[in-house]
Ligand binder design. Structure first.
Ligand code: GDP
Ligand code: MN
Length: 380
């Protein structure tokens, strides 16, 4: 999950990283009023989850409140890298002596965080890495010992800092690393970290949080869900909040599979036999009977679904669990709808037995199962 600059700066502030005074706005009027309040020249920046806004015209300077309003007017609604600008960040303009790069990211090969710093700030760090890799200072953080101040000192020295500047820089490095750790960041970056008259200021901010760790950051999980509103249908939103991977389609056969590949193949096979899928629901790996039951209930309770086709490969997911889940769901959903199950693998025999006792058809091949599901949907 990629936070916007203004959100990332909020976290920066909480961790004591110096940032210019600023505010998120959504109208030219707000931009003007905020600039009036500041009483200083400002920078106005498009808030988008992509880098390189400056080059794309998404960063503007304004000396007066009127200029700020004009800049905001020009920026709002602008398209940058396929996205529409809806939010802006207005902040005090700084007098920058030097721009440097500072980032903390995951070094997957070494299974550790790495601190990256370069005197070539402002530019794309990928470009610096490609053209002048010697200009990037790397410090791999030992996960057991963490980042100690003498490590941060070393990074500062290698960038040429001494004395007070060194202490100020070290404080930023340490805070950024702590932020990365606390927020389960995949990447947190300050580009540029501006060297100003009396210290450092984070002019830009990036914070990308690992989606797999969102359960530890509830406020972000909710914000992510919120960002889907408008893009997703009501049922898709409902599915997300239940943690189901679900896409609504316009046919009448409900599809449940495990793994995106198998689920897609199931959709194709249904199409091939003249049917149309009502949805795409991927159970993922290792689903419990409860989870399978919830998924089946969710699909069966959709008015448009006339028949349900379950197609799973039993690996970590067990076929007897699939059977238990499907039977429980059928029992709990009031309306009787035909269900066809095709499953193979772990505990297949046990699963078939459970389904047979409940009067649910199981078939050996995906083709046969799809054909039957199409026939049953047409008949009902
Ligand atoms: P990006 O292009 O998406 O990375 O957006 P940034 O927030 O990094 O801004 C792009 C560039 O605008 C920076 O590298 C700076 O050179 C310049 N810039 C941004 N804020 C200020 C500021 O307060 N003062 C000055 N002088 N330049 C700024
Ligand atoms: Mn930048």
């Amino acid at each position: 999950m990629k936070l916007l600059e203004y959100e990332a700066k909020e976290y920066f502030r909480r961790h004591g990283i110096p940032t210019p005074q600023g505010r998120m706005v959504t109208t030219p009027r707000e931009a003007r009023d905020y600039t009036t309040g500041l009483g200083k020249p400002v920078v106005i920046k498009a808030q988008l989850p992509v880098g390189g806004r400056g080059k794309a015209g998404g960063v503007r300077f304004a000396d007066t409140p009127e200029e700020a309003a004009e800049a905001a007017d020009a920026l709002l609604g602008m398209r940058i890298k396929g996205l529409t600008v809806e939010k802006l960040y207005v902040e005090e303009k700084l007098s920058i002596v030097n721009e440097i790069y500072l980032g903390v990211t995951v070094d997957r090969r070494n299974k550790a965080y790495v601190v990256l710093a370069s005197s070539e700030g402002g530019m794309d760090i990928e470009e610096v890495a490609a053209k002048t890799p010697e200009r990037i200072v790397r410090h791999l953080v030992d996960p057991v010992h963490g980042l100690r101040s003498y490590h941060a000192n070393l990074v500062a020295k290698r960038l040429g800092y001494g004395g007070r500047k060194m202490l100020q820089f070290v404080a930023v490095v340490e805070s950024l690393y702590e932020l990365a750790l606390e927020m389960d960041a995949e990447l947190t970056e300050i580009n540029p970290l501006a060297e100003v008259k009396d210290g450092f200021m984070a002019v830009d901010a990036r914070l990308n949080v690992d989606n797999n760790a969102l359960f530890r950051h509830r406020e972000l999980e909710e914000r992510l869900l919120e960002s889907y509103r408008g893009e997703l249908t009501e049922r898709e939103m409902e599915a997300r909040s239940q943690g189901l991977t679900y896409v609504e389609l316009d046919g009448d056969i409900g599809i449940i599979g495990n793994g995106a590949g198998l689920t897609m193949a199931t959709l194709d096979t249904v199409m091939l036999h003249g049917g149309r899928a009502a949805n795409f629901l991927d159970l993922g790996g290792g689903a419990t009977p409860e989870r399978i039951g919830e998924a089946a209930k969710f699909v069966l309770s959709d008015e448009r679904t006339k028949a349900l086709l379950v197609n799973v490969l039993g690996g970590i997911t067990r076929c007897d669990h699939i059977a238990e889940g499907v039977v429980a769901a059928r029992r709990e959903v009031a309306v009787e709808k035909p269900v066809v199950v095709r499953m193979m693998g772990t505990n297949e025999e046990e699963g078939r037995k459970i389904l047979k006792e409940a009067g649910i058809e199981t078939l050996g091949s995906m083709e046969e199962a799809a054909e039957l599901a199409v026939k049953l949907a047409e008949a009902s």
